[in-house]
Design a protein around this ligand. Sequence first.
Ligand code: PGA
Length: 254
Amino acid sequence: MSMRSITIIANWKMQHSLHESIALVEAIEAGLPQLPEWLSVILCPAFTALPSVHPLLRQCQLGAQDVFWEARGAYTGEIAPPMLTELGCSAVIIGHSERRTHLGETAGMIQQKVYAAIGGGLIPILCVGETQKEREEGRKEQVVTAQVIAACSGLVHIPAELFITYEPVWAIGSGHPVQPEDAEHMHQVILHALREVLPADALERSVRVLYGGSVDRGNVNALLRMPHVSGCLVGTASRRSEDFLAIIDAVIQL
Ligand code: PGA
C-alpha cells in the first residue's frame, strides 16, 4: 500500500452534457470502494454541470476546468474564483494545452490565473508540457522549465496545496503515454524549476507533481511507482465510469 498521497483527477473537457455528467458522477460514486486516506479523487466536469454534480459527491472532490483572474467585473463569458468556490469547487485546472493552443492562453494569463485561484482559495492544477516538435528539438526540459517559472514566479502567498501536472502535448489523447522513467525525469525537472521560484519549505509542503496524457488502467501503476509521480490527470479514460473505476482500483492495489 502506498503511504504517499496520490491524487487522481478526471478531466471531462467538453465531452458531456449536464445529464451525462450527472449519470457519470452517480456511477463513479456508486462504484468507488472506500478510498484509503492517501488517495484523493477530483472530478472536473464542464462549468454547466458543477452545481448539479456537487450534491452528488460523497468521496470525490469537485474541480473546474478553467478560471478567470479577476474576482468580479465586466468580463463577458468569464467565471471568477468565488463563483467556483460558491459551487463547491476546491480545485481548478489552469493552462491546459488545449486552452494554450485553441484559446491563445499566454504565459502571462496563466500566471494571473494561478495567482487568482490561490487568492480565491482554490487548489491550482497547473498544466505544463512540451510539444512533439519541442521534444524532437531536444528542448523539453527548457520549455517545461520556462512554463513552470512563468506561471509560479512572484508567488507571495503559497497555498497549502499546489499541483503541477506534466502533460506532454503529444501524449494527450494519443494512446501513447510517456515512459514512466521519462515522466520521473520531467517531474524532477519541474521540481528543480520550482526551487528557483518558491521557498524550499513551501515546495516540500505544498507542491505535488502529477502526470497526464493517455493514462489508463494498464499504465497508471507503472507511472505512480515513480517516486516523483504523485498522481494523474485522466482525460479519455475518465469518460466512462468502468474505465475510471478500473484506474482507481488499480491505484488502490499499488
Ligand atoms: P487523455 O487527456 O487522458 O485523453 O490523454 C488528458 C488531459 O488532456 O488532461
